[in-house]
Write a new protein. Structure first.
Length: 685
């Protein structure tokens, strides 16, 4: 054995690889000096490089379960080779090693495993592809760019995802697999992308009925490298992973699977109970503006408050990221309403983020009772969610008790959600145009484009409804990109045919303001269509409270630097209007129609409106009055220094073709609009 070891040691020292040999029990038998020297330089634990150490024990301790399983299979004679890509760290840099695993015959007739490792350049996909490293990996592997779009997949990924790579390259991960947004993948991928840190986790994926070990590593092009592999059921049992399918990783609460088991037991015993379905309103904004780490703190704080409220026989569970449930057995008084009110009041006080920082969180709660409403688990979950969606129509923390008339609402919502992931144009999505008129010159000074949807099954869907659903399901970026492509195409066609374009305003929701990818796509689209940024205006609404963040400010400053105008829509609706003018680089104000409609009826509102007009003019912002419907409103606005108007007095939103026919070339108003303004001198007299 000693002679053989000397011969093997001499051979591995001649290699350029980093080499380590494991015996039949997985202990480090031999290693070349390149391996021994490399480990401490790249922050590998001393445990992994010492001769005689238990390498398999090290893998188990560090939960490298996939590598552990592969080496065990090789030692049992079940596999002949294995390729894997592993990261190593030098300071703040991530390097990558291509690792080949091979069986190695020992002198006692048993087999060990020999590992050959070589540094590789992950930044060059082509070089990796030419070396066949990625294609021969037994791990599934893919690369995402900084916008979470696929740009490389190996054959193992195709096999596990049941999808050809040509159908995924260039597509957004969440758009291609929307169901993954409700798993641990979503927060972990976002954390790796935003914080630029490696993340490793084990997740049970219900659609494939498998456990996966997933490893995510940031790479230098601001993207992510992900490799993952299924874990055998036997290993999952050995590692006790089965309990994680029933226990939430963050809170320790029961998951949907465990909740279903508990409710099933109550149903078998005919035990009456109520189910409260809680959804945290706009919780993704907390993750966006305060980081996912702080979002996790808020979830834990909410759970702590709920545990203090419930009885020992009640159950609190976590379905997904921002959704919780309470199963409450009926008491003698069975006052479910009183209990639900107590749950709702838990959200009256803000939640601490530490360092004297607090955040307000509200919740929408749907309530259903068993056996009165149903005796089936699926129905109970569905109906309570329907009631919760109904509660979302109210401001702040609110609740709604299910009744049978609500079931149609969920069917409608599910159809809208599904349609948002499909071909929007073929499903009747389009945009309308409303002109902005200069009352002093009777000329069109700009236009606002408004999203419209005439669904083939549902008919006209209100923008308020489908935009809210797009926000909640994280399809708002896809929806807005589709709108921009249509609008920019129209603008370019108009320029090519008629030699002119007008400044065009597009509404941007608050969640997109803090996106790290959306504005890059906007700038790229403008370049591709050859449209000057000075012809684009983005409207940000204050009907939903905006939150200051460094990313939002950076995005808006980038827009201003390129010449894109920034308009604050719905100005004066009740939030921190003046603060927005200080925090954000706004250069246009759109006065909310709630002010305009009180002209001639409410002297106090008129006085406030005059003051607002004077203030906006004094801070060198352009001003537009929305919702102008009456001639006396136009007169009041004009006489007090607001000349740009938008509203039904001039024109309703119209199809682009109709707009071109009415306003093309002359930029003049229609005869109806001119008639409206012709009344101004009469009213002045």
């Amino acid at each position: 054995m000693e002679l053989l070891e000397q011969q093997v040691q001499a051979l591995i020292e001649e290699r350029d690889d980093l080499v380590v040999l494991l015996d039949t029990n997985g202990f480090v038998l031999l290693a070349n000096n390149k391996w021994i020297n490399y480990c401490p330089q790249h922050e590998w634990p001393v445990f992994s490089r010492k001769i005689g150490m238990d390498y398999l024990g090290f893998l188990k301790k560090t939960r490298n379960l996939v590598e552990l399983e592969n080496i065990q299979d090789m030692l049992r004679g079940k596999a002949q080779k294995h390729f894997q890509l592993n990261p190593s760290y030098t300071g703040d840099r991530t390097e990558w090693l291509s690792t080949k695993y091979r069986p190695f015959p020992l002198d006692d007739g048993s087999n060990g495993v020999i590992l050959y490792q070589q540094p590789v350049n992950l930044q060059s996909v082509n070089s990796l592809h030419n070396e066949h490293i990625l294609e021969n990996m037994t791990d599934a592997f893919y690369l995402l760019d900084h916008q979470m779009n696929f740009y490389f997949l190996n054959a193992q990924s195709e096999q596990l995802l049941h999808c050809q790579r040509e159908n995924l390259i260039g597509k957004n991960l969440w758009a291609a697999f929307p169901e993954t947004t409700k798993t641990a993948l979503y927060p972990n991928y976002n954390r790796a992308m935003q914080e630029r840190v490696p993340v490793k986790f084990t997740e049970y994926y219900k659609l494939l009925d498998s456990w996966f070990t997933v490893r995510i590593y940031p790479i230098e092009n601001d993207g992510l490298a992900i490799y993952y592999q299924t874990i055998s059921k036997q290993l999952a049992i050995e590692e006790g992973l089965g309990k994680f399918a029933c226990t939430d990783y963050l809170t320790g609460l029961p998951t949907r699977r465990k909740i279903e088991e508990e409710i099933g037991a109550l149903l078998q015993k005919d035990t009456p109970f109520s189910l409260l379905y809680l959804n945290l309103d706009n919780f993704k904004y907390i993750n966006t503006f305060y980081t996912h780490k702080n979002g996790d703190k808020v979830i834990k704080s909410i759970v702590a408050r709920l545990k203090k409220l419930i009885d020992a026989q009640d159950l609190v569970g976590r379905l997904e990221g921002d959704e919780l449930v309470i199963v409450r057995r009926h008491q003698k008084d069975n006052d479910v309403l009183a209990f639900t009110k107590k749950v709702s009041t838990l959200f009256n006080q803000p939640f601490s983020l530490g360092c004297s920082n607090f955040v307000d969180v509200s919740a929408s709660i749907g309530v259903i009772s068993c056996p009165a409403d149903s005796k089936e688990f699926v129905d109970l979950m569905t109906y309570s969610e329907i009631a919760m969606r109904k509660a979302k129509g109210q401001k702040g923390s609110s609740f709604c008790i299910f009744d049978s008339t609500m079931s149609d609402n969920l069917t409608r919502r599910m159809l809208i959600e599904q349609s948002l992931t499909e071909d929007l144009k073929s499903l009747g999505f389009y945009f309308a145009i409303q002109p902005q008129i200069d009352a002093a010159t009777s000329r069109v000074r700009g236009v606002e484009v408004l999203a419209r949807w005439h669904h083939p099954e549902l008919g006209m869907i209100s923008p308020i409804e489908f935009i809210a659903i797009a926000e909640e399901t994280d399809t708002i970026e896809r929806l807005t990109e589709h709108l921009m492509v249509d609008v920019f195409s129209y603008m370019k066609t108009r320029e090519n045919q008629y030699g002119s374009m007008l400044r065009t305003a597009i509404n941007i929701t608050p969640s997109l303001l803090d996106s790290t990818t959306f504005f890059d796509k906007l700038f790229s689209m403008l370049d591709n269509f050859g449209i000057s940024p000075t012809l684009i205006e983005i409207e940000i609404t204050e009907s939903v409270e905006l939150r200051y963040s460094e990313t939002t400010l950076t995005n808006l400053l980038a827009c201003r630097a390129k010449g894109i105008s920034i308009a604050l829509d719905d100005f004066g609706t009740g939030f921190s209007s003046l603060a927005y003018l200080l925090d954000f680089p706004v250069n246009k104000i759109k006065m909310d129609k709630s002010f305009i409609n009180k002209i001639g009826y409410d002297p106090k509102s008129e006085a406030v409106l005059k003051s607002l007009i004077q203030f906006v003019n004094s801070v060198d912002c352009a001003l537009v009055a929305e919702g102008v419907e009456q001639a006396h409103e136009a007169l009041f606005l004009t006489m007090n220094g607001c000349n740009i108007h938008q509203g039904y007095l001039y024109d309703k939103p119209m199809l682009p073709k109709v707009f071109d026919e009415k306003y093309l070339n002359t930029y003049r108003m229609t005869s109806a609009s001119k008639t409206a303004l012709s009344l101004l001198p009469v009213l002045r007299g």
